[in-house]
Structure formats: structure tokens, C-alpha cells
Design a protein around this ligand. Structure first.
Ligand SMILES: Nc1ncnc2c1ncn2[C@@H]1O[C@H](COP(=O)(O)OP(=O)(O)OP(=O)(O)O)[C@@H](O)[C@H]1O
Ligand SMILES: [Mg+2]
Length: 260
């Protein structure tokens, strides 16, 4: 799992308008799709087929768990959903944009505006305090440094870390580090939050706090997709997508998903 290596251009980079949609039909009462994968495959040299044809639609306001054995393709799919990677074949739409038709600069702009990421091992910058780490989440959003830091403090308060503004990652517990990472993911107001094993490196109590925060974000309107090995967490989410050998083998929703 990697974060984008090259610096992102400003979010003001031109992004083409989403394709216009057909007149609303009977399904129009459903919220719009935030992400849509159609026939997505991912192959690597040497005959590794990480994804073997994945169809998945995630609608605005959903919260889903992605589960499955190690190596089944979960992270690969999350990276493709987040436009950090492209499928070998198939199509991906994010917020109505055909990802395959966008330039790298446009993809970066799309990510900066719409998507937040949280990773198992936090991916925080060592030696930089919590405010700076969170402010980095706005680096490509066309916001002044002063405004970035002000918004970073607000985001840290939202994850209840306003008493740790000036702590660097080495001065924070694992749970606190993940809360900083969540603050960084949410500071730009993303529509979609993608989390790859966000509790995987945490003790139970810290993991519960992290999940509470993700639930709060969901309740506030963010679409949240969480990869997890923890069955208890998966069972607590409204929708569960199960992977095996690069394919979705089940996709189940509970009442809570429908009642949203
Ligand atoms: N860059 C790469 N080159 C070659 N093979 C890769 C690459 N990235 C992933 N794979 C392979 O693709 C398959 C799916 O990997 P992926 O990371 O998506 O699995 P996962 O379901 O997230 O597993 P885990 O639960 O262990 O994180 C694995 O067999 C992996 O070895
Ligand atoms: Mg993984």
C-alpha cells in the first residue's frame, strides 16, 4: 500500500464535467453513486490476477466493510476505488467522473476534492506535529498555510485530539496516530473515506475509538468504505462485501443500510 509519490497539483486543475445522466427513472430515489467499478481486473506480470472482474457500486451515504482472506484483492480494489491505481481492464467512475478519461493532474484534483484515505500504519510524516500532518491533507486544495493550520486544528478537535496539537507521531500512541490520520483524511471534507485496516495495528480500545469516529463521519454524510479482518467490525456495518481470489463472492446489506 502506498500513498501517491508525486506531489499533487492544485485542486483547481481542470476536471471535466461528469457525463450527463439519463432522466431520472424509478431508481432515482437512490442516492447517486460515489464509486462504480465495472468489470475491473488487475493483473501483474507473472500471472498474478489480483482482481478478476469486480462490479461494485457504492452509493452516497453508505458505510461498508470489505472482508476476505489475505491476498484476495481487497487493498487492490481500494486503491482503484481511490484512483491511486488503475485497473488493467474495466471502468471506474468516481463522483460521476470516468477515471480512465482523466489525466494524472485531473485525478489528483479529483482525489483532493473527493477522497480521504486512512491506512493501517498511519502514514504520518515523522518529526512533524499533529497540526502540520493534518494540514498536509489540504496541500493541494488551494488553501493558504494559515487557513490550512486553522482547519487542521478544527479537524483534530473533531477527533478529540485538541490536547495534542504539537505532538509529533513518535510522541503519540497508536490510537492517537490513527486519529491524526483520520483528521488528515477528513480535513478536506471528502465525500468518500477509504480505510484499509484502520484498526489493524491498534489494541481493542483504540480500535473502538477509531470505529466510533468513522461512524460519526458516516452519520455526518460521508460515504465510508472499510477493509477489515475483524468480523465484529464487519458485522457492525450496514453492508458487507466479501472477497475471495480477486472476486466478490457476497454482498449483503442489513436493515440499517436500507433505512438510511
Ligand atoms: N505490485 C504488485 N505486484 C505483484 N503482485 C501484487 C502487487 N500488489 C498486490 N499483488 C498481489 O495481488 C494479490 C492481492 O493483493 P492485495 O494487497 O489486494 O490483497 P489483500 O486482500 O489486501 O490482502 P491483505 O489482507 O493481506 O492485505 C496478492 O496475491 C498480492 O500478492
Ligand atoms: Mg490489504
Amino acid at each position: 500500500m502506498t500513498t501517491p509519490k508525486s506531489p499533487l497539483p492544485p485542486a483547481s486543475s481542470p476536471v471535466p464535467r461528469p457525463p450527463s445522466r439519463e432522466a431520472p427513472g424509478p431508481a432515482a430515489s437512490r442516492p447517486p453513486a460515489v464509486v462504480e467499478l465495472r468489470g475491473a481486473t488487475k493483473s501483474y506480470p507473472g500471472g498474478v490476477h489480483a482482481l478478476r472482474g469486480v462490479d461494485l457500486t457504492v452509493h452516497e451515504g453508505e458505510m461498508l466493510a470489505v472482508v476476505g482472506p489475505s491476498g484476495s484483492g481487497k487493498s487492490t480494489m481500494l486503491q482503484i476505488m481511490g484512483t491511486l491505481d488503475k485497473p488493467t481492464t474495466g471502468t471506474v467512475e468516481v463522483a460521476g467522473y470516468d477515471v480512465g478519461a482523466l489525466s494524472d493532474a485531473q485525478l489528483s484534483a479529483l482525489r483532493a476534492r473527493h477522497i480521504g484515505f486512512v491506512f493501517q500504519h498511519f502514514h504520518l510524516a515523522a518529526g512533524r506535529d499533529a497540526v502540520d500532518n493534518v494540514a498536509d491533507g489540504l496541500l493541494y486544495a488551494g488553501v493558504s498555510p494559515r487557513e490550512r493550520r486553522a482547519r487542521a486544528r478544527e479537524a483534530l478537535a473533531r477527533v478529540r485530539l485538541d490536547h495534542r496539537y504539537s505532538h509529533t507521531p513518535s510522541e503519540l500512541s497508536g490510537g492517537e496516530k490513527q486519529r491524526v490520520a483520520i483528521a488528515r483524511a477528513l480535513v478536506g471534507g471528502p465525500r468518500l473515506l477509504l480505510a484499509d485496516e484502520p484498526t489493524g495495528a491498534l489494541d481493542t480500545a483504540s480500535g473502538e475509538i477509531v470505529m466510533e469516529l468513522l461512524h460519526e463521519l458516516h452519520a455526518a454524510g460521508t460515504t465510508v468504505c472499510v477493509i477489515t479482518h475483524d468480523n465484529e467490525i464487519a458485522d457492525s456495518l450496514p453492508r458487507r462485501v466479501r472477497f475471495r481470489d480477486g472476486e466478490i463472492v457476497s454482498d449483503t446489506s442489513s436493515e440499517r443500510a436500507v433505512s438510511r
